[in-house]
Ligand binder design. Structure first.
Ligand code: UD1
Ligand code: CA
Length: 462
C-alpha cells in the first residue's frame, strides 16, 4: 500500500500572538511544516497534501513544488480538515493515509517508521502515536479497554473526571487504512463541546465496528505541539541539541552543544572545531579542521578547510582554505577570501575579493574592491567607494603594498607591485611598479613646545 500523507496546517495558532501563520515559524532555520514534510518524506510518502487555511497563501508559497496543498476555508475541526484533504487526494481506498500536524516540528522519521511498522505488521484499521506525560492538560486522552486495546479518544473539554486522570495523550499523528478512514469520515458529527468535526471520533467509530487499532507510545519530545512562543523556544532548544549531537557523532568537535545555533541546512565536515556562541543561519558549509568561534554569526556562508574565524559576522560570503578572519571582522556580503588570505581586527569588507595570501589586517573598509594575491593593505586604509550617488570599484593588483591610512577614491586601480605612501589620498590610477604618494611636505617649527609653555604660564598668572 502506498503511503499518502496529510498535514493539517489550517489553524490560526492564536496563542503565538503573531501575524506569521503558525506552521511557518522556524525551528533551527526551517519552518515547522518543513520539518513535518521532511519526516513524511523519510518514510517514503508518495504524495504529501497540506491542508491550509489561515495564511493559506503564505503557507502554500512556502511548500516545496512536489508538495500539494488544499484549502480549508473554514476550520470546522480536524475531521473536516482530513475530509478536505482526501477529496483533494482522490481515491485513497488502497492507500495508507498518514495524518500529521504542521505544528509538531520535532517529529522524526523514526517515529513514523514505528507507527507504519505497527500498521503493516498487524494490518489494523488505524495506528496512532501516543505519549505519557505528567501534565496532559488540553490534550485528547487515549482510552483503552482492559486488554490494552485502543477504544477511543476523548478530548480534554469533553472528558469526565475519570478520563481526565488518564495521562496517555493522543499525539494527533495517525496511520489509517484509506478505505476505512474515508467511510468513517462521512459519518462524523460535530456534537461535542467545541462544535467541531473531530478526527478522533474516527477511532471510536472503528472500535465500535470491532476494527483493530494500534496505539504506539513514543517520547513526548517527538510529538510535542508548538502552540506558543515559549513552546517554540523549547522546540528550538531540543532541535539545537539534536543537530549538535548528530554532528558530534560524525566527528565534529563542539565545545558546548547548548551554546551553538546550527541551522538544519548547514553542513560541517568531521574534524571541524565549533566554539561557543556560533550561529550558522541559512545554508552554511564548514570544511575539515576549520576553527569557528567563539562568537561568530554566519549567514549563508562557506568556510574552507582549516579556516579560522573568531568574534565576527559573515554574511553571504566565502571564506577560503586556511583563511583567517577576525577577531572583530564584518564580512557584509559578497566577500570572497581566497586561500591563505586574512581579514583582521576591525575590518569591514563588502562585495570584495581578496586574492591568495592577501591581507587586510587592521581597521580597514574595503567595498567593491578586488585585491590581488600577496598584496598587503596597511592599517586604516579604506576604499572610498561611494560618491553619494553611485558605488565605484577599486582594483588592486598582486604584490601591492597599500600604505597605512591610504584613501582609495574609487573608481581607481593600483597596478601589480605598486605601492602607496601612508596617508595618501589616491584619486588617479597607479601604474604597476610605481610608488604613489599624495601628501603635503612635512613642516617643522622648532621650539614650539616652549612657545606653548610660555602662553600657558601667562594664563595661570592672570
Ligand atoms: C488535536 C486532537 C487531540 C490531540 C491533539 C494533539 C482532535 C479533535 N483532537 O487536538 O486529541 O491530543 O490534537 O496535539 O483532533 N487543524 C486544521 N483544521 C481544523 C482544525 C485543526 O487544519 O479545522 C489543524 C491545526 O492547524 C493543527 C492540527 O490540525 O495543526 C491540530 O488542531 P488543534 O486545533 O491544535 O487540535 P487540538 O485541539 O490540539
Ligand atoms: Ca494542538
Amino acid at each position: 500500500m502506498a503511503v499518502k500523507a496529510v498535514i493539517m496546517a489550517a489553524g490560526q495558532g492564536t496563542r503565538m500572538k503573531s501575524d506569521l501563520p503558525k506552521v511557518l515559524h522556524q525551528v533551527a532555520g526551517r519552518s515547522m511544516v518543513g520539518w513535518v514534510i521532511a519526516a513524511a518524506r523519510e518514510v517514503g510518502a508518495t504524495r504529501i497534501m497540506v491542508v491550509v487555511g489561515h495564511g493559506a497563501d503564505a503557507v502554500a508559497a512556502d511548500l516545496p513544488d512536489d508538495v500539494d496543498s488544499c484549502l480549508q476555508a473554514e476550520q470546522l475541526g480536524t475531521g473536516h480538515a482530513v475530509q478536505i484533504a482526501i477529496e483533494a487526494l482522490g481515491d485513497v481506498s488502497s492507500d495508507t493515509v498518514l495524518v500529521l500536524s504542521g505544528d509538531t516540528p520535532l517529529l522524526e522519521g523514526s517515529s513514523l517508521k514505528s507507527l507504519l511498522a505497527a500498521f503493516d505488521h498487524d494490518h489494523p484499521a488505524a495506528a496512532l502515536l501516543a505519549a505519557n506525560i505528567d501534565d496532559p492538560t488540553g490534550y485528547g486522552r487515549v482510552l483503552r479497554d482492559g486488554a490494552g486495546q485502543v477504544i477511543g479518544i476523548v478530548e480534554h473539554k469533553d472528558a469526565t473526571d475519570v478520563q481526565l486522570a488518564v495521562t496517555e495523550i493522543n499525539a494527533g499523528i495517525y496511520a489509517f487504512d484509506g478505505k476505512q478512514l474515508t467511510l468513517a469520515l462521512n459519518d462524523l458529527t460535530n456534537d461535542n463541546a467545541q462544535g467541531e468535526y473531530y478526527l478522533t471520533d474516527v477511532v471510536a467509530s472503528f472500535a465500535g465496528q470491532g476494527l483493530p487499532m494500534a496505539g504506539i507510545r513514543t517520547d513526548f519530545d517527538q510529538v510535542a505541539g508548538v502552540n506558543s512562543q515559549a513552546h517554540l523556544a523549547d522546540a528550538n532548544q531540543v532541535m539545537r541539541r539534536r543537530i549538535a549531537l548528530g554532528l558530534m557523532e560524525t566527528g565534529v568537535w563542539i565545545q558546548d552543544p547548548d551554546q551553538v545555533f546550527i541551522s538544519a541546512e548547514t553542513s560541517i565536515e568531521p574534524g571541524a572545531h565549533i566554539f561557543a556562541g556560533v550561529h550558522f543561519v541559512g545554508r552554511c558549509a564548514v570544511g575539515a579542521d576549520a576553527q569557528i568561534g567563539p562568537d561568530v554569526f554566519a549567514d549563508d556562508s562557506r568556510f574552507g578547510q582549516a579556516s579560522m574565524v573568531s568574534y565576527s559576522v559573515v554574511r553571504n560570503s566565502v571564506v577560503g582554505e586556511q583563511v583567517s578572519v577576525g577577531p572583530y571582522a564584518s564580512l557584509r556580503s559578497g566577500v570572497v577570501l581566497e586561500a591563505g588570505s586574512r581579514a583582521g581586527t576591525f575590518v569591514e569588507l563588502k562585495n570584495t575579493r581578496l586574492g591568495e595570501r592577501a591581507t587586510v589586517a587592521h581597521l580597514s573598509y574595503m567595498g567593491d574592491a578586488t585585491v590581488g594575491a600577496d598584496s598587503n593593505i596597511g592599517a586604516g586604509a579604506i576604499t572610498c567607494n561611494y560618491d553619494g550617488v553611485e558605488k565605484h570599484a577599486t582594483e588592486i593588483g598582486a604584490r601591492v603594498l597599500i600604505g597605512s591610512d591610504t584613501m582609495l577614491v574609487a573608481p581607481v586601480s593600483v597596478g601589480d607591485d605598486a605601492m602607496t605612501g601612508a596617508g595618501s589620498t589616491i584619486t588617479r590610477n597607479v601604474a604597476a611598479g610605481s610608488l604613489a604618494v599624495e601628501r603635503s611636505a612635512q613642516r617643522e617649527i622648532a621650539g614650539y613646545a616652549d612657545r606653548i609653555g610660555k602662553r600657558r604660564r601667562e594664563k595661570e598668572e592672570r
